[in-house]
Design a protein around this ligand. Structure first.
Ligand code: UD1
Ligand code: MG
Length: 447
């Protein structure tokens, strides 16, 4: 009954959106996206297993087999939602604001209209986002099907983000960054901005690589891939609400665009989370990690707040930096770095990298010992020779959480990481608007 009421609410919201804003339609479509994804997942799971898309849940007794790549269901529903959504958000412009036959009518200039509906000039950005996400989902599915090598799959998302960069160049093209007030004072600078030119595009392309991959390597615990994406979405929506409430017209347009992309994403992700959280009944696959990361990269780049978006990725950035010795093979990197499940007590323990067969260089052993001194890693010494390190905990935030807080059950571990992520994200948003205003002499939320 409650579900039917929600679907009815979704339909009413979508219908009302013709007169109101795109955000209301997004909420309606998000609810529909949730129900469709939730309905599809249990029905398509067995077919995924039949065609070989399955994985073993390594942290359960007996390692049960679960369907993998189920994130493709969420991603597909999201694409359908975003496509069905086009007539609703651009309806007023297309039907009311043109004289038909491809001719623009005079009412296009009516600024009150573009303020209350989705601005027409965002259509190209909207379509390029869909194009980018489609190619990213294809890359993700290829990875899940063929288990691509890291050195190949790492750079592939940049191809998906090309349409975005092009649209950014045509529509916005801003490549400068503000110089913080204290640097201006210290160096006695008169300039308030520095133009990064082409480097700014390299930075945005790097974001297209980083966001998808960083979600994929903070993984291996039931619910964590989707959970972290949900946390980032909620934080991002909080930021959008700030701008939609108090922002300037430009800020409102950018954050309306962001909300329109994030709200339906939240709907399909919540449905996936229901099936992927502990004890998982499905795995999301790399498809979801790439898709989710790219949604955030798209929103950050085309909403023109990529630096704020990166602040919501602080845990993923720290996990990447911490992982670097293993990613660049300074320390051996096993195929799976997820925590070790102990069937005796049902708890998760830090998993380890074997340093005997393939020992790191001596200088790095010294660094490892220094990290162990600060409780940033756990080392195991040879019982016969107490100075010889034989293994270290795998360098992920997941294992580090276990080093700090001790062994715990998989669901508690996931929740602990998500709580930490939420707190860090809230602090980052606060820092962005409070400390940012001090550093740059103003905050674009208020000006
Ligand atoms: C990334 C990580 C790897 C981690 C893996 C877990 C790096 C460089 N790679 O690899 O260390 O082990 O993600 O997703 O950091 N699985 C579970 N429980 C879960 C989720 C996954 O047991 O909650 C296992 C399943 O066997 C599943 C497999 O992980 O089939 C999926 O691994 P995959 O996504 O292919 O690994 P990568 O993304 O390559
Ligand atoms: Mg993965």
């Amino acid at each position: 009954m409650f579900q039917k009421l929600l679907v009815l609410l979704a339909v009413i919201l979508i219908y009302c959106s013709k007169q109101n804003s795109a955000v209301i339609a997004a909420i309606g479509f998000s609810i529909l996206g949730y129900f469709v994804t939730n309905w599809l997942i249990p029905r398509v799971g067995p077919s995924f297993i039949k065609i070989g898309l399955f994985g073993k849940d390594l942290s359960k007794p007996g390692k049960p087999v679960l369907p993998e790549t189920i994130g493709a269901v969420s991603a597909t529903v999201y694409l359908f939602v975003m496509l069905s959504y086009i007539p609703f958000i651009f309806y007023k412009y297309m039907i009311v604001s043109t004289t038909g036959g491809g001719q623009r009518g005079p009412s296009v200039e009516d600024s009150s209209m573009s303020a209350s509906i989705f601005p027409h000039n965002r259509l190209s950005e909207y379509l390029s986002s869909i194009l980018c996400l489609e190619s990213t989902i294809l890359i993700g599915i290829a990875d899940d099907l063929f288990d691509l090598r890291w050195r190949h799959k790492f750079f592939l998302p940049v191809i998906g983000s090309l349409p975005l960069l092009l649209i950014y160049y045509v529509d916005f093209g801003v490549t400068y960054v503000l110089i913080p007030g204290f640097i201006k004072k210290y160096f006695n600078l008169t300039a308030t901005i520095v133009d990064l030119g082409g480097l700014y595009y390299v930075y945005m392309a790097a974001m297209g690589i980083f966001c998808p991959n960083s979600i994929n390597i903070l993984a291996g615990v039931n619910g964590l891939e989707v959970g972290q994406s949900i946390v980032i979405s909620i934080l991002e929506l909080l930021n959008d609400i700030l701008y939609l409430t108090w922002g300037s017209p430009d800020g409102i347009a950018a954050h309306r665009f962001s909300a329109v992309l994030i709200i339906p994403f939240l709907g399909v992700s919540l449905a996936l989370w229901k099936w992927n959280r502990w004890p998982a009944k499905v795995f999301v696959g790399d498809t979801y990690c790439y898709f989710a990361g790219m949604v955030f990269a798209v929103v950050g780049i085309l909403g023109h707040f990529s630096k704020t978006m990166l602040m919501l990725f602080i845990p993923q950035i720290l996990n990447f930096i911490y992982s670097c010795p293993q990613l660049f093979n300074i320390v051996p990197c096993p195929r799976h770095r997820l925590p070790r499940f102990e069937a005796k007590d049902g708890l998760m323990y830090p998993s380890r990298a074997n340093l005997v067969d393939n020992p790191p260089k001596l200088w790095f052993i010294t660094i490892l010992k220094a990290l162990a001194f600060f409780h940033l890693i756990e080392l195991e010494y040879d019982p016969k020779d107490k100075s010889k390190v034989i293994s270290c905990s795998n360098m992920t935030l997941i294992n580090l959480t276990l080093v700090w807080f001790g062994p715990m059950r998989e669901d508690a571990l996931c929740n602990r990481i998500l709580q930490l992520q939420f707190m860090v994200g809230l602090a980052a948003l606060f820092g962005r608007h409070a400390i940012g205003a001090l550093l740059f002499d103003h905050d674009n939320l208020w000006t």
